[in-house]
Design a protein around this ligand. Structure first.
Ligand code: KG4
Ligand code: ZN
Length: 344
């Protein structure tokens, strides 16, 4: 059994965790940055990087203390090396390099998206490859065929905004503040999902790509019209988003053979209504549905340690001069989505 230290700092969560190759989470420590970013209504990269510098080392010490372990007890250090806000990624990766060098342990540079993609196997060890993954976060909205560790085939992506980005922008438009996803989910509970007629971009399209920019513009028009209550707009936005996620995932299910399960991961996957809709889709398809618990869907270091454990078991370690990457697609061969802007 191997013990892996995981470090995460690619966006606005600083985190450290110790996880075993058997899938036991020995300790996890996390610090959010809501207070720092709230005055600006979103994540400010420079502020995020500085907050990671302040938080990372104490969190590493906290994780070791909680687990009753020291750096001599671990087998490898796994750190997010991208994609993400580069200042933050550098903080976690450099901390990982320093620890690996000082303790003479191997370094594993983890793709943050791989952390999300493999996290369901941390909570469900019976989840076997290949599975269909809907990866929905603040920066990404993708359907991936997860064929193995390091083997990802991207079936679809967003041609404009990510699902989490749409939640965050909707929250801002509705004055629900930051962080936006949980605020919209809460407001939606008190609203009527049929109150506002909103578009379902790309619904029924042949390829399972996503689009949310038009939905966001329609939310803005609905708000400016003054005709609708805030919670009704939130509920209608969420209903439209769910329709799109379910339709596009169904389209992808048609295109793959023999997947073992339908899986959802990433921050947006912590949304209860989205989970319920995907669970119903999986049931109608006769497939098991796997979603990590909400705290493992939003950014954390346990998923990075676990991806590190999976890579370590496969003999995949990295040199200490590996560079951080702001952009790092999981499937380097994926074709650009037709109509996609720079954010594909
Ligand atoms: O995976 P994550 O923590 O960070 C990235 O890698 O992007 O995802 C963050 C995104 C944010 O856009 C946030 O608004 C969204 O996940 N999110 C939610 C919920 N909780 C977080 N979206 C909808 N409903 C939620 N409950
Ligand atoms: Zn993430």
């Amino acid at each position: 059994m191997a013990i892996i230290l995981g470090l995460e700092s690619s966006c606005d969560e600083t985190a450290a965790a110790l996880v075993t190759s058997d899938g036991e989470i020995l300790a996890h420590a996390l610090a959010g940055q809501e207070e720092e970013h709230r005055p600006f209504g979103g994540v400010v990269p420079e502020i995020a990087a500085r907050a990671h510098v302040d938080a990372m080392t104490p969190l590493v010490a906290q994780a070791f203390e909680k687990a009753g372990l020291s750096v001599a007890d671990i087998d490898a250090v796994a750190a997010t090396a991208g994609p993400g806000l580069i200042g933050g990624v550098m903080v976690g990766l450099m901390t990982g390099k320093a620890l690996a060098l000082a303790a003479d342990k191997p370094l594993i540079a983890v793709n943050h998206l791989e952390g999300h993609a493999l996290s369901p196997r941390l909570v469900d060890p019976s989840l076997a490859f290949p599975y269909l993954l809907l990866l929905v976060s603040g920066g990404h909205c993708q359907l991936l065929l997860v064929e193995g560790v390091g083997a990802y085939r991207r079936l679809a992506t967003t041609i404009d905004d990510a699902a989490g980005e749409a939640y965050d922008k909707t929250a801002k438009l509705l004055g629900l503040g930051y962080p936006g996803g949980p605020a919209v989910e809460t407001a939606a509970k008190d609203g009527n999902p049929d109150a506002v007629p909103l578009p379902r971009p790309l619904l029924g399209a042949a390829e399972p790509h996503f689009s949310f920019a038009g939905l966001k513009s329609a939310v803005l028009r609905a708000k400016d019209s003054g005709e609708y209550a805030r919670d009704d707009i939130a509920a209608s936005f969420q209903a439209a988003t769910i329709d799109c996620l379910v339709d596009r995932t169904k389209k992808a299910l048609h295109s793959v053979d023999d997947v073992t399960a339908l899986v959802v991961a990433g921050g947006v996957a912590s949304n209860a209504a989205i989970r319920a809709a995907l669970e119903a889709l999986a049931a109608s398809w006769g497939l098991p549905f796997v979603a990590p618990p909400p705290w493992l869907c939003t950014d954390n270091a346990a998923m990075i340690a676990w991806a590190g454990a999976e890579r370590f078991a496969a003999g995949l370690v990295d040199p200490l001069d590996i560079a951080p990457r702001a952009r790092w697609p999981l499937d380097a061969d994926a074709a650009k989505a037709r109509g996609a802007g720079v954010k594909a």
